[in-house]
Structure formats: C-alpha cells, structure tokens
Write a protein of this length. Structure first.
Length: 79
C-alpha cells in the first residue's frame, strides 16, 4: 500500500502524541499549515482524536498510534 501525502500528514500528527500519558493531548491552531489542519480534521472524522482541532486520542486512536509508533521504532533501527 503506497503512502499518500495525506496519509503521511496523518501519520506525522499521530507521532506527536505522548502515549505515556492519556491526559496529554495536542491542539492544532488555525494558523498552522493547511496540511496539518486538514490532517487533524481527517483524524477527527475517522474517530482517532476527540476534537476537530486535536484534543486527545480516542481508544481507537491510542490503538492506532501504538501500532504506528511501534512500526516506526522497528523501521528506524540501524541495520
């Protein structure tokens, strides 16, 4: 499955969340770049975050971010 620029933006946002604290969210201001604003809105529509401008990860968002961050740790290991 190819990774589109839109999906890449969503992945980038999901990596910003601190998975060690469920009480730590993010807020994307309207002054942020349009790609980031659109990505967080798509994550909200998909049910991964609690607010259209960020907020906290939902249970589904936590699950997704955990798998994503694990995959990135594996892939970023030196060979």
């Amino acid at each position: 499955m190819p990774i589109s620029p839109l999906l890449n933006d969503e992945i980038r946002i999901l990596t910003l969340f601190n998975l060690d604290s469920a009480m730590e969210g993010i807020k994307v201001h309207q002054s942020a770049d349009p790609e980031t604003v659109a990505a967080i809105s798509r994550l909200y529509t998909k049910g991964l975050v609690t607010q259209a401008d960020g907020g906290y990860l939902t249970d589904l968002g936590i699950h997704c971010a955990e798998h994503l961050q694990t995959a990135l740790r594996i892939l970023n290991q030196p060979v």
